[in-house]
Design a protein around this ligand. Structure first.
Ligand SMILES: C[S@@+](CC[C@H](N)C(=O)[O-])C[C@H]1O[C@@H](n2cnc3c(N)ncnc32)[C@H](O)[C@@H]1O
Ligand SMILES: [Zn+2]
Length: 279
């Protein structure tokens, strides 16, 4: 079990938080008003405000991503991220910022000898993550609904922040990282999912680098995970497509082509970058 009081800060007043004796809630030590958050039956905490939670991924998006990730088609990416965590951290806190349904978070926790906390605005993602951790008896991961723009944790508490296909908020991540800690980002390389795009569109373009990459943290290392992924059923191909930004920009003809695909070979090309917060 993670000692949450070491890390959590109240999202309303910034005061340290502790878990009540009956283990039902987390309360803050704010002077005037004690803010109280109840653990859900699946074991996660919800720190989001009603306006924030509207921006998290929907139940349907989470369901398709879960179906795809649980096929372990992205296991190579996950293993490479876990290797980087193990290389740079030993025993301290790892935060997964924008953890979705906790696929990478729980995979890291299973190999890591420290605490791993995943935050995401999607309560559907976080609920799945917490349930998966219980099912696999993983005791060193914990999940909370919260924004990566205002992580409900104290300053300089994390040895690493992991940020996989989710918004990268350099200033906030640098606030929560210890000096000497690392930020590990994963995003699409130029050929990522090229085969999928070719199957759907007449004209395809290479991906360009995302524009929210850190500017002030020091780049230590860059590596690429590249392989050819073969999928042999439409359900998995559709789940993969729905995880991509193209899903929201595709017209009727694209969806028609997608519906007709029973097999697919596509490039996986993911760029993992490791940045350090200097001492
Ligand atoms: C493409 S998904 C990636 C999820 C997970 N890292 C993965 O790769 O499986 C992006 C995630 O970012 C989350 N997200 C978007 N904006 C967020 C915010 N401001 N704070 C926390 N999570 C956010 C979404 O809910 C979604 O789960
Ligand atoms: Zn408070």
């Amino acid at each position: 079990m993670i000692d949450l009081s070491k890390y959590l800060r109240c999202p309303h007043c910034g005061a340290p938080m502790r878990v009540t004796e009956n283990q039902k809630s987390a309360v803050c030590d704010g002077a005037a008003k004690k803010h109280c958050f109840d653990f859900s039956s699946s074991g996660y905490l919800n720190f989001s405000t009603p306006s924030q939670s509207a921006s998290g991924d929907s139940k349907e998006a989470v369901r398709s991503r879960t179906a795809f990730l649980e096929s372990d088609s992205y296991l190579g990416i996950s293993e490479s991220i876990t290797d980087s965590v193990l290389k740079h951290c030993n025993g301290g806190l790892v935060i997964d910022a924008g953890c979705g349904e906790g696929y990478y978070t729980n995979n890291i926790a299973q190999k890591y000898n420290g605490d791993v906390i995943g935050f995401d605005l999607s309560k559907y993602g976080v609920e799945h993550a917490a349930k998966a951790a219980r099912k696999k008896a993983i005791s060193n991961s914990f999940f909370a609904v919260g924004s990566v723009f205002e992580l409900p944790v104290g300053g300089e508490c994390a040895d690493a922040v992991v940020n996989i296909f989710a918004p990268c908020v350099e200033k906030e991540y640098a606030r929560v990282m210890k000096k000497g800690g690392v930020l590990i980002t994963a995003g699409a390389g130029e050929d990522h999912l090229l085969g999928l795009k070719k199957a759907i569109y007449d004209t395809t373009y290479k991906n360009t680098e995302r524009d929210d990459m850190p500017k002030d943290l020091k780049l230590l290392e860059e590596k690429r995970v590249s392989y050819l992924l073969k999928l042999d059923n439409n359900e998995l191909i559709s789940s993969l497509f729905s995880m991509t930004p193209y899903f929201y920009r595709t017209g009727e003809s694209g969806f028609k082509r997608l519906a007709e695909l029973d097999s697919l070979e596509t490039e996986i090309d993911v760029v993992i970058k490791i940045f350090r917060k200097e001492e």
